[in-house]
Design a protein around this ligand. Structure first.
Ligand SMILES: [Zn+2]
Length: 280
């Protein structure tokens, strides 16, 4: 082994680099990868390149190229033109991958454009080697595009559900539970709070009564988290006479993006605390 091409800055591309460098292996990487290595304090590849690098390796042309972000902001591909082999790295998923995998450093919204750039450049790909899993053909690129589309759609749904949960809560809290229910609740509303009757009417009655008795109250949404069909809200509420509460609410959404079930937990904020961090 004399040369190593690093696909991106993750461990599965450059783990063990220190050892390889100690035995004289040249390590090739994109400038962005090198900058990231410097930033996070890991061994630094020896040979940088910008957008592309072509070199001869034992009579074989090797093309390293950055087509755009995807699995990470710095992921590159390697192309062997004479054999029409593409090393896609983690930018390309194997046939049996059901999702995009580790998204902690992903740029999902640019991923599809990156693959389209790749397809434009290499029209005659024969073999594709993904970062993990079985080797395939060009269809792996289309499979990855499908997964990106699915993920973007799911992210869009989660974002919409989060916005709707906040809007529903805010509107109800501020005295309009009837309108909020009309806009945001599905065919049923299963209530788990023991102070509120089940169903839509129970919810409306409770919040209308609250509005009459306590018109001056405020709410701040401190955290909003969504996963699958659930949205969790962490709120800080200030009621008359500086009476403060923190609540944690969970809403379940149906497939049409409507709220159909609710759980919550409330706590009055005590006057004294063993720490200075606040409850919210
Ligand atoms: Zn990775």
């Amino acid at each position: 082994m004399t040369k190593l091409i690093i696909g991106h800055f993750h461990d599965d591309c450059l783990g063990g680099l220190e050892y390889l460098q100690s035995i004289g292996v040249e390590s090739i990487a994109n400038y962005m990868t090198i900058d990231k290595c410097k930033k996070i304090g890991i061994p630094i590849p020896s040979t940088p390149f910008s957008d592309s690098l072509t070199f001869d390796f034992n009579g074989e042309q090797i093309d390293c190229r950055f087509f755009g972000a995807g699995h990470s902001f710095d992921n590159i591909t390697v192309w062997i033109p004479s054999k029409k082999i593409l090393f896609g790295g983690c930018l390309i998923k194997a046939r049996n991958s059901r999702g995009l995998g580790n998204l902690s450093d992903a740029v999902v919204e640019e991923w599809d454009l990156t693959i389209k750039n790749l397809l434009d450049e290499y029209s005659d790909i024969k073999t594709v080697i993904p970062g993990h899993g079985d080797i395939g053909g060009k269809e792996l690129l289309f499979h990855t595009l499908e997964l990106v589309k699915k993920t973007n759609k799911m992210n869009e749904k989660l974002k919409q559900n989060k916005e709707n949960a906040v809007a529903f809560y805010k509107m109800s809290y501020e005295g309009n539970p009837l309108k909020a229910t009309d806009l945001y609740v599905g065919t049923e509303y299963i209530q788990h709070n023991p102070d509120v009757a089940d169903g839509k009417q129970g919810f409306i009655d409770y919040f209308e009564k609250m509005q009459v008795e306590y018109p001056n109250k405020s709410i701040e949404f401190v955290r909003v988290i969504a996963e699958d069909e659930l949205v969790a809200l962490h709120t800080h509420q200030i009621w008359p006479d500086k009476d403060e509460y923190v609540t944690m609410d969970f809403f379940r959404f149906d497939n049409n993006g409507k709220i159909v079930e609710h759980w919550d937990s409330l706590q009055q904020i005590p006057k004294t605390s063993a720490n200075k961090n606040t409850m919210y």
